[in-house]
Design a binder for this molecule. Structure first.
Ligand SMILES: Nc1ncnc2c1ncn2[C@@H]1O[C@H](COP(=O)(O)OP(=O)(O)OP(=O)(O)O)[C@@H](O)[C@H]1O
Length: 305
């Protein structure tokens, strides 16, 4: 289905390396001015998909278009922050900035503000090889965000960052969106769903679900929570595997035949766990992430893409 305000569209994207399939059949539309968070566990293919969206890699099959033209790595439309690949480690932070300033026609001096807010302004004269992983990320973010283009693709921008810095990065992304920019942020950090207009989950080579955080939370099956002592009993009664949350374990109730809304009381009784030790939990982003990471494709309902 064509979406009129689409700025990036992936259709039937398959990507394999040496016969090894990573993406099987990805359909994804990124809408004008939205902040889309692309979620999925390590190794599922988020970076590969972003590279295809950026036009820096080609799908094995299928197509990607940006502003209705085939995706090519165009400097005037897209800024792409690929993980740990932007900065030259023998150069100082400032020399890296100067490099991108000369290289990129749309580079602006907004990097000063970003470097300041991210807390690396004092480190710009040091070679990047002496930076911590988090400092490199902050420098990369400062550079990628300083390029003034309509579309930003950020690959795991909050990985290796402490919580206060994650909040600063979220603020920065909200400002970009308020300025009318379109952002795709790949992440395996559930808290990044906080800033999303929509979340898309990549699982088993496809977009398993896409929607607003509220829509996706509402689509989860009931969640049972109990103490770790009952992990085994819980595992027998749920779909997928139990997962730890704040000292307890949780799991998703299986669909009861074709009924997508299983009877919670019956399922709870089937665990054999004392009702006082068992609760139906309010779903969180962590549950959402675990649902699309922990349960197999046959056990998940298909949601709108
Ligand atoms: N150039 C390449 N050649 C061969 N295999 C590759 C190449 N690039 C990626 N892969 C493989 O594709 C799979 C997906 O990798 P990708 O980096 O996209 O995962 P990811 O979801 O971004 O994971 P992470 O969260 O760990 O960054 C991995 O198995 C990886 O080894």
């Amino acid at each position: 289905m064509a979406v009129s305000d689409a700025v990036v569209t992936a259709s039937g994207v398959r990507k394999s390396f040496d016969e090894e399939g990573v993406l099987e059949d990805v359909d994804l539309t990124v809408r004008d001015g939205e902040l889309l968070v692309l979620m999925g566990p390590n190794g599922v293919g988020k970076s590969v998909l972003l590279s295809c969206l950026a036009g820096s890699d080609r799908p094995t099959e299928g197509s990607v278009s940006v502003f209705d033209e085939p995706a090519t790595a165009r400097a005037d439309t897209t800024s792409f922050l690929l993980q740990d690949a932007l900065c030259h480690e023998k150069l100082t932070g400032r020399e890296n900035v100067a490099f991108y300033d000369r290289l990129h026609p749309e580079f602006t001096d907004a990097w000063r503000d970003y470097a300041d807010r991210l807390g690396i302004a004092e480190d710009l004269e040091r070679p990047v090889e002496n930076y911590s992983g988090g400092m490199v990320r902050k420098l990369e973010l400062s550079i990628a965000a300083s390029i003034d283009v309509p579309i930003y693709l950020f690959d795991e921008p909050t990985a290796a960052l402490d919580l206060p810095t994650v909040q600063t990065v979220h603020d920065l992304f909200r400002e970009k969106r308020a300025a009318g920019k379109t952002l795709v942020v790949a992440s395996h950090r559930p808290m990044d769903a906080d800033i999303a207009d929509r979340v898309a989950f990549l699982a088993d080579g496809e977009i398993a679900a896409a929607g607003t955080p509220d829509e996706l939370l509402a689509s989860l099956p009931p969640i049972l929570e109990t103490g770790t002592a009952h992990t085994g009993a819980l595992a027998d009664a749920i779909r997928g595997d139990p997962y730890a949350v704040a000292g307890n374990v949780r799991g998703f109730l299986p669909a009861d035949g074709d009924d997508p809304d299983p009877a919670v009381d019956d399922a709870a009784a089937a665990t054999g766990i004392d009702p006082d030790d068992l609760a139906v939990a309010e779903p969180t982003y962590t549950d959402l992430f675990n649902y699309y990471t922990n349960t197999g494709p046959d056990e998940r309902p298909t949601h709108n893409r």
